[in-house]
Write a new protein. Structure first.
Length: 217
């Protein structure tokens, strides 16, 4: 079985299990989506949602966070991992948006990636889930699953993104990104499947006997 055949199995399986893919991070607008994605680094979406549900009803524009200042932002997100670093990024990000973009989130990868605390993956999520632009955000979890399913040789997330974009039609990228996340959380978990037990792994590699050790991003 080659990688194109495995890609078809993945797409068929995920479309059957997840015909609908709601965005896991709760948000009120594109700016709050950007903030939530930034906060989700090294943190679960559930934890981010639990914190932001008390923030976004009152603070949901860059101007709000600039007015709050770093210290108050820290207090609001204290239960999230590396909250001081994230508070600094949220503050500086908001300040840049107000000063440079009239409080609006820019609509290009280049401009997004120039914002404080925003890397390629975060920009890809915002372009995909916020603006509906075809993108394929790849984090360490998608990187791991793509290796297990034989869709990439796993050198790094950049190469994994390129491989996934090559194997799947552009029209599927946005939805597929979320489908893979949901499937990984439910069936192909980091410390449970090891490439041996979930439906996609066993279909793509029916003869695999040993746990697959994936390369880190």
């Amino acid at each position: 079985m080659n990688e194109e055949q495995r890609a078809k199995i993945v797409l068929r399986t995920l479309n059957k299990i997840y015909p609908k893919t709601p965005i896991p991070l709760k948000h009120r607008n594109i700016f709050t989506l950007l903030v939530s994605v930034l906060l989700s680094a090294q943190c679960t979406d559930v934890n981010v949602n639990n914190v932001t549900k008390n923030i976004y009803p009152k603070y949901n524009k860059p101007e709000h966070f600039v007015k709050l200042g770093r210290k108050k932002i820290e207090k609001l997100i204290r239960s999230i991992g590396i909250f001081r670093i994230k508070a600094k990024s949220v503050y500086n990000l908001s300040k840049t948006l107000v000063e440079k973009y009239n409080g609006k989130v820019p609509k290009t990868f280049e401009q997004l990636e120039e914002l404080p605390g925003v890397g390629h993956k975060t920009a890809s999520v915002v372009m995909s889930q916020g603006f509906g632009h075809a993108a394929f955000p790849v984090d360490t979890h998608i990187h791991r699953l793509a290796q297990r399913w034989g869709l990439t040789n796993g050198k790094n997330v950049i190469q994994t993104e390129e491989d996934l974009k090559r194997l799947f039609p552009k029209k599927n990228w946005n939805k597929l990104h979320l489908q893979i996340i949901y499937y990984g959380r439910e069936y192909c978990k980091a410390r449970e499947c090891y490439g041996l037990s979930c439906k996609i792994c066993t279909t793509c590699y029916p003869n695999r006997k040993k746990p697959l050790i994936t390369k880190k991003a």
